[in-house]
Ligand binder design. Sequence first.
Ligand SMILES: [Zn+2]
Length: 312
Amino acid sequence: MELPLDALSKGYRIPGTEIYIDPLEPVRCAIISHAHGDHAVEGHENVYCSAGTAALISKRFTYPAKKIFEMPFGETVTIEGIKVSLHPAGHMLGSSQVRWEKDGKIIVYSGDYKREEDKSCEPFEIVKCDTFITEVTFGQQDKTHPPAAEIIAALNTHDGLNMLIGAYNLGKAQRLTRLINDNLPSYRVMIHSKMVAYHKVYESMGFSLGPWEPYKREAFKNQKNIIYLVSPATLLNFRPAKHFIRAFATGWEEKAARYDFSVPVSDHADWPSLIRTIKECEAKEIFTIHGEGETLKNTPELSGIFIAPLKH
Ligand SMILES: [Zn+2]
């Protein structure tokens, strides 16, 4: 059986073409699902991506590509004779699933995705297909992410004590800013200087994050009810202190456990979302990437569906 993508050292390639999806080395033709560093690199010749991803990689990289072709969601473009379209993945601003047709089959590459509501980006869209290539970052049975709004509202129990929360500069920081403003309005949101440009891109693309301000050291030290968002690397530089408590916003419990409280907000599909998405897209063939797909194979709800890892 022909695999839907060649897994090469540069990245995934549509068989019989020079079209790469999320390649990690510069290529002539790249479709980029989203702007995170494990999916997007700079230096390509031609890049096809959503408007949100185009805005973010243009901010992130000095030389994102020779030419960027922005693809509106749902619109079909023919690249090297292959009909390709992008559809929202709900992972972060601009994040896309990639749909193409080959040999009479409809194939969809999920990229990173989540099904939970996220007001900081376009919501996930179900795309019916024959073959679905899905991320399985959280492919462990029964791994469930609690609702993010409830996680943030529950931080209210800290009696106004300032909080330092580690979050990736791109994606997680913008989502948390919006979540805090919606669910914990008694707190002010301060952000690290490296996040400012990305916050502005989100807002320029029409996703309001609510009030936020760049970090003010004196205020964070002397006033209460402030949440300061920093990158995970910056978080490591902060030792425990009296005037704040620390957390790392992640779905990985073992990473979160090193800090004072937990913020288990994830931007990836949890187990119930994986099962639901596989059923709703009606694919008869599932290929898994980014994680262990083994547990999916033994799931009674998915019996009759062919499931295999894309890479062996
Ligand atoms: Zn990602």
